[in-house]
Structure formats: C-alpha cells, structure tokens
Design a binder for this molecule. Structure first.
Ligand code: ADP
Ligand code: MG
Length: 271
C-alpha cells in the first residue's frame, strides 16, 4: 500500500436524482494533514462519512488503512473502526459523565483494561489534547467551546488511532482558541505521527496546518495541492478561496506569522 492511508477511486454518490459525487479520486498519505474544502452542499461531509463507514457510495472503490471498505464484513468493520478517531462537529460528549469518564468510555467499550488503568490512560489523553488535569473532573456543561473541542479530541485519541477525522474542528471557536487548536493538530502529526483528515472552512487553519487540500466542486475533485499550489491554479471553483478580502487576509496573516517566526529564529540563534 506504500504511503497511502486512504484511497478513493471513482466514488459516486447519489441521493435520488441528485448526484453528489460523480467520480471522486483522492489519496491521503501517511502522517499528513489532508483537508477537504468546497462549497456548502459539495459533498464534503458525505465523503468523510464514507471514509468512516457511516455511509456507502453507490459505486467506486475506497481503501482505508489497506482495507477495502466496499467488501468489508461486520467483524472487520468493527476492528477497523477502532483504528481511527473522529471529532464530530458537535463534539458528542455525554453531559452526565465527567470529561475523564467520557474519554475513558471507548476504552471501557473496546478493551478489557481495569478501571485504574483506564483512568490513567484517559488522563494522559486529556493532557495530550492540551487540557489541564483538573478538567478531567469537570462536566461538559462547565467547559468553554475550545475546551469542549479538546475534550472531544481527547476521547477521539483514546484508542491510539492511526488516523484522525475532524469535521469543522475550529467552527464556533474564538480566534485565540482556534489559533491554539492549529498547533495541537501539528503536534499530533509531528509527535505522534497521526494522519489527519479534516473538513474545514477556516482559511487560517488551512494555510497553517494543511499539507494538502482537495477542493470539491461539481461532484469531482477540482484540484489537490498545498494552499500555495492551489493559489496558483486558475479554476473557478478554487479561486474564491484566494481572491476577495477573506482569502487575502488569510494569506497575509500567514506571511506575517512566517516573518515573525523567521525573525525569532534569526534573533534566537547563537552565532
Ligand atoms: P457539505 O458537507 O459539503 O456541505 P454534504 O455532504 O453534507 O455537503 O451534502 C451534500 C449534498 O447531499 C447536499 O445537497 C445534501 O443535501 C445531500 N445529502 C446529504 N446527505 C443526504 C441524505 N442522507 N439524504 C439526502 N440528501 C443528502
Ligand atoms: Mg458538511
């Protein structure tokens, strides 16, 4: 399989007469941050759901972690589901459980570990997601939006996934929480070697963390590449991400950050 963690070939999805995917080809590589973008209704969430066995396309081929999803049986599906983590847009934590209990839940369901060890692993995942240890004792209703995302992420990491799916991870976060989420995503990629697939509209997140981005439009992948590569493509489905005030602001913000980083490196290096 080489370096490809997800492969989609000629995936077609219809809802009644409505063709959402008319032959999607894409490849996600190991330890990259791969983003899916496209207009509202372009089929991003549906494609993500197909990658995680929540939905079946009408035709085409999908392989995830070397396994053919189209012909998979229930037993293999169940073990495959434990090899990825998913952060859904609305978090999905149980309000009646503490954060520590929420994060430990997948371990209680899928392993034979004892309670003490489960709590210990859950506490480590909470730390990995960038939360203070005390947060483990809190209930979801006591957390801010940014903390909730991190707690949900801790739960998605509970079973040591190889692959992480994020649907709009920074939607609804204030700019500071969103900014620190970017760093968290990069840490997961670099320190833990996770492959990350995300759906997002957040241009800042795309510029800062996405290694490659696929643009969906008219049922197909209109272009794939880094944001810098996409910005040079002359395609009417791709241009809106780079033209206009928002697109330019995200680009110049990144340039400013790169300058800032460069300046820090220059001034901190002993010479
Ligand atoms: P995106 O995430 O890019 O906004 P979606 O994947 O959610 O788009 O949806 C793509 C299209 O498929 C939309 O037109 C949506 O209405 C339609 N769709 C998605 N799920 C269903 C469903 N279960 N039944 C009927 N239509 C659906
Ligand atoms: Mg969606």
């Amino acid at each position: 399989m080489g370096d490809s963690v997800i492969e989609m070939k000629q995936v077609t999805t219809r809802f009644g007469d409505h063709v959402v995917h008319a032959g999607i080809d894409l490849e996600v590589r190991r330890a990259e941050v791969f983003a899916l973008i496209g207009g509202s209704g372009s089929g991003k969430s549906t494609l993500l759901r197909e990658m995680i066995l929540l939905q079946r396309p009408d035709a085409g081929a999908i392989r995830v972690l070397g396994i053919d999803l189209m012909g998979i049986d229930d037993a293999n599906a169940q073990s495959l589901r434990q090899r990825w983590g998913v952060l859904f847009q609305h978090g999905g934590l149980f309000g009646s459980l503490t954060v520590l209990e929420n994060v430990g839940l997948p371990l209680r369901e899928h392993t034979m570990l004892d309670d003490a060890l489960i709590d210990e692993i859950a506490a480590w995942k909470i730390e990995m997601a960038g939360l203070a240890p005390e947060v483990g004792a809190q209930y979801p209703s006591e957390l801010s939006g940014g903390m909730l995302k991190r707690a949900s992420l801790a739960r998605a990491l509970a079973l040591d996934p190889e692959l992480l799916f994020l649907d709009e991870p920074t939607a609804g976060l204030d700019p500071i929480s969103a900014g620190s989420f970017d760093e968290l995503v990069l840490t997961l990629r670099d320190l833990f070697g996770l492959t990350i697939v995300m759906v997002t509209h957040d241009l800042d997140l795309l510029w800062r963390v996405a290694d490659r981005v696929a643009v969906l439009g008219d049922g197909v992948v209109q272009g794939v590449g880094s944001m810098a590569e996409l910005s040079k493509m002359d395609n009417p489905s791709i241009r809106p991400y780079f033209d206009g005030a928002r697109g330019r602001a995200a680009q110049s913000d990144l340039a400013a950050r790169v300058d800032e980083q460069h300046l820090k490196e220059l001034t901190s290096k002993p010479r």
